[in-house]
Design a binder for this molecule. Structure first.
Ligand SMILES: NC(=O)c1ccc[n+]([C@@H]2O[C@H](COP(=O)([O-])OP(=O)(O)OC[C@H]3O[C@@H](n4cnc5c(N)ncnc54)[C@H](OP(=O)(O)O)[C@@H]3O)[C@@H](O)[C@H]2O)c1
Length: 321
């Protein structure tokens, strides 16, 4: 029987959004330890356009053409030999290693395809979440979870400053920190102040009006989702013995030493258990997923142009069917 085709976005070389090409190609088949997923929604992460621009070429060189994206939600269409964790027809969400901007993707879920080095995460999607909502979790809630509780060791009663609190990571970080019992200060622009407050932040700083270091000091933890001078300025508002976790870059070690703080680039990777726990919290209504603008697969270029602005509320999502 002839193999079926699928619509997909592929990149043939590093460059601008015009490199995202919509094509019809053969549908992949799941290999041993893999599942084939019918993708219903794909999260558009800043990492996707950074990868397309070639920012990661030194550490994660791509072989071309590649299918962009990693955050998915969909339904298991078929399982490869040896797979017992999932079965056909189950709704799932998480991280695919073979691309997300596609009608179908395969991803490893068990050995031999899944090795200790393969960063693939999949969990059953709670019925209470739409596919678009579920596609916001990987690279959003999972990153926030690992950075706050893994790298940052956040505890109940601590004070945390979260930059970019309306963004795809920040909005989950605010809610997860509150769930943990921390006191949350968030930064965002004027248009998103009420939104960040509605997520549970006790204090919201409009960074377009107030330099945060004028009103914040002595925090236990900073989650930096911005980098550059925001990261530098943030180091001075951490109390001695406190911690700064940046998602963007390695903070200057010498300055951290002088200030007596722990400062690091996030390094803890999320696990399937984290993914399941986050899904449970969302299912219980303790944390909510927020979908920003949505686009059809064919408009991936517009989605990337929007993501590249570095501004907005919620996660941009490609709704695929
Ligand atoms: N290392 C990792 O593991 C990892 C994982 C995930 C993400 N990241 C990185 O972390 C960054 C954030 O990711 P994301 O998915 O949350 O991005 P996003 O969804 O694009 O959100 C970015 C947010 O930053 C806000 N913002 C922009 N300039 C700001 C400033 N000067 N001060 C405070 N807030 C500001 C924007 O809000 P306004 O519209 O209000 O300006 C926007 O809501 C990206 O650079 C991404 O590549 C790294």
């Amino acid at each position: 029987m002839a193999r079926q085709t699928m619509q997909v976005i592929r990149v043939y070389q590093y460059g601008d959004p015009e490199q995202l090409r919509c094509e019809q190609i053969l549908r992949p088949e799941p290999q041993a330890g893999e599942v084939l997923i019918r993708v219903h929604a794909a999260g558009v992460l800043p990492a996707d356009w950074k990868m397309r621009r070639g920012f990661f070429r030194k550490f994660y060189p791509q072989s071309f053409p590649y299918i962009p994206g990693s955050a998915i939600a969909g339904v298991i269409e078929a399982v490869g030999p040896g797979v017992t964790r999932f079965c056909k027809g189950q709704a799932v969400f998480g991280r695919s290693t073979h691309g997300a901007y596609t009608e179908y993707t395969t991803t490893p879920v068990e050995p031999p395809a899944l090795t200790p080095k393969t960063y693939s995460l999949l969990a059953l999607k709670p019925d209470s979440l739409t596919f678009a909502e579920a596609a916001t979790i990987s690279g959003g809630a999972t990153t926030a979870w690992s950075a706050l509780f893994g790298d940052g060791e956040l505890c109940a009663g601590q004070r945390i400053l979260i930059h970019g609190a309306a963004g795809g990571v920040g909005l989950f970080a605010v809610q997860l920190a509150r769930w943990k019992g921390a006191q949350v200060i968030g930064t965002t622009s004027t248009a998103n102040v009420d939104f960040v407050r509605s997520l549970g932040a006790e204090t919201v700083i409009d960074y377009t009006i107030t330099p945060f270091e004028e009103v914040v000091s002595e925090v236990d933890l900073v989650l930096d989702t911005i980098g550059g001078e925001t990261l530098q300025r943030s180091m001075t508002v951490v109390k001695r013995g406190g911690t700064l976790v940046s998602l963007l870059e390695k903070p200057p070690a010498q300055l951290a030493k002088v200030l007596g703080i722990r400062a690091m680039k996030n390094a803890v990777t999320p696990t399937s258990q984290d993914l399941e726990m986050i899904a449970r919290l969302i299912d219980e209504g303790q944390v909510k997923a927020v979908v920003g603008q949505t686009f059809p697969l064919q408009q991936a270029r517009q989605a990337h142009k929007l993501s590249q602005t570095g501004h907005g509320r919620g996660r941009i999502v490609l709704v695929i069917s």
